[in-house]
Each structure stands twice: as C-alpha cells, then as structure tokens.
Design a protein around this ligand. Structure first.
Ligand code: ADP
Length: 259
C-alpha cells in the first residue's frame, strides 16, 4: 500500500487564539521587550483581546515590565492560568522560577519550555497573542517560529549599523520560515533633552527606515530614547497603560494599527 503521510511540518494553532505575532530583534538590549509590552497594551487599547508570552526564557522581563509577581494558578492537569496586567494576559517563565536562578538550559529543554508555555496555558479567547522572542536568530528562535503558525513578525532595532545587520538576519530567518514580516520599529531613534529641547541622535537616526525600504518591508515607527519611558518600564507601569496620551504611547498605538 501507499506509505502513510509524513507529519505536517507546520505545528498546530493554539485553540482560542486567532493571531500570534512575534516581536523579535537580532540582538539583546535594543528594546524588544519594551516594544512587545507596549505593543500588546496598544493592541488592547485599540479594543482587541490580547495576551503576551515571554519566550525570552534566558532573560524574562515581562514580570518586571508589567509589575506582576504572583505564581500562575494550575487550572487543570499541567495547564496554567496566565496572570493579568492592565487588561492583558501575561505568561512568563519568570513567574515560575526565582529571579536570581540562572537558567542554564540545553536546547531541547528550551524548546519544550517554549512549546509548553504556548500550549499549556489557559489563554482563553484572544484576538492576538504577542510573543516576546528570545534575542538573536538561533535554535530557540527557530523553534518558536515553527512552534505555531505566526501571523507575522515585528522586528525591533536601534539605528546603529551593528543592530541593523542583526535585524537583517532576523528578517532573513523569518522569511526562510515563511513568516510574514509586519515591519521594523526603530527604538532609541533620537533623544530630546528635556531641559533644552535640543535633539541628539545618540545612536544615529533613520537607519531602520532605510533598512526597511531596502528589504521591502513596512517601516512602523520611531520611538525616542526617553527617561520617563525607561522609568515606567522599570517600575512596572508601562507607558501605554499609565500615560496613554504621551507622544510615545501614540507611536505604539500607531504601530498597533499597522500590524
Ligand atoms: P531587549 O528586550 O531588546 O533586551 P529591553 O526592552 O529589555 O530590550 O530594553 C533594554 C533596556 O533599555 C531596558 O532597561 C529598557 O527600559 C531600556 N529601554 C528600551 N527602550 C527604551 C527607550 N525608548 N527609551 C529609554 N529606555 C529604553
């Protein structure tokens, strides 16, 4: 008889979740988690039912960004209930381990942790699940890009050449896995001195817009380097939720409308 069908290379969708959007960066420290957090809140502010998953399992920052500390409740078997912050459902490996515990995990453990956080969480009905990806373009990123059908990926970069080279690698990885690139956000795009109003392009400016044009993907917006944004992030009061009319929040709202 005929050989049986090979298993589908595409993994299953998550029940109840309509779209999964990845927020990624080629390297760490460019503001990927800050962007993921505020994008999720902006999507919620635009009227969507939103969840966010911290797939940055080596450096989970969502508990801090959302100001959440509790342990997720077990709802049945191994399934955990996400915590909730500012109307967004949040799941992070940071809820399950101590903050100081170093996570020295091998590849297969990383992969099973990511799939478990996608599938064994009672997300309920969501319009969008935002995934804060691990930085870079290695195995963990690839696992995530293939663990569930992604509606698209948002790439975060600073204007610096080095960050842009890494961002380009990120775009290439998603293209290879046939994930649509929703666009590029330039973070730390410029700085306005609060005392003088003078503008400084600390990491350069406009590099991401140029790179997006070169790659033929949308440019989604520029977020300045800003002390208030950083302070709010560090104290669990993300800017989109706690200062919705600030110019930065409007940029995130605008990005949310485009994805
Ligand atoms: P990543 O997820 O890429 O590692 P984070 O979002 O954790 O980056 O940001 C790294 C640090 O930079 C954090 O302390 C964060 O608060 C800060 N940061 C990110 N974006 C901005 C910004 N636009 N203005 C000021 N500080 C920022």
């Amino acid at each position: 008889g005929r050989p049986s069908q090979p298993p589908s290379p595409k993994a299953a969708t998550i029940p109840g979740v309509r779209h999964v959007i990845a927020v990624a960066s080629g390297k760490g420290g460019v503001g990927k988690s800050t962007t993921a957090c505020n994008l999720a809140l902006a999507l919620a502010a635009n009227g969507q039912r939103v969840g966010i998953l911290d797939a940055d399992i080596y450096g989970p920052s969502l508990p801090k960004l959302f100001g959440l500390h509790g342990k997720p409740r077990v709802v049945s078997g191994r399934t955990l209930a996400p915590l909730e912050g500012f109307g967004v459902k949040v799941m992070s490996i940071g809820f399950l381990v101590e903050e100081e515990t170093p996570m020295i995990w091998r590849g297969p453990m990383v992969m099973s942790a990511i799939t478990q956080m996608l599938r064994e969480v009672a997300w309920g009905e969501l319009d969008v699940l935002v995934v804060d990806m691990p930085p870079g373009t290695g195995d963990a990123q690839l696992t995530m890009a293939q663990a569930t059908p992604l509606a698209g990926a948002v790439i975060v970069s600073t204007p610096q050449d080095l960050a842009l080279i890494d961002a380009r690698r990120g775009v290439a990885m998603f293209r290879k896995t046939e994930v649509p690139i929703l666009g590029i956000v330039e973070n730390m795009s410029y700085f306005i001195a609060p005392d003088t109003g003078n503008r400084y392009d600390i990491f350069g400016h406009g590099g991401a817009r140029k790179e997006a044009a070169r790659l033929g993907v949308p440019f989604l917006g520029e977020v300045p380097l800003d002390m208030a944004l950083r302070e709010r992030s560090d104290t669990g009061r993300p800017i989109v939720a706690t200062d919705p009319s600030s110019p930065h929040s409007l940029v995130y709202r605008d990005v949310a409308r485009q994805v």
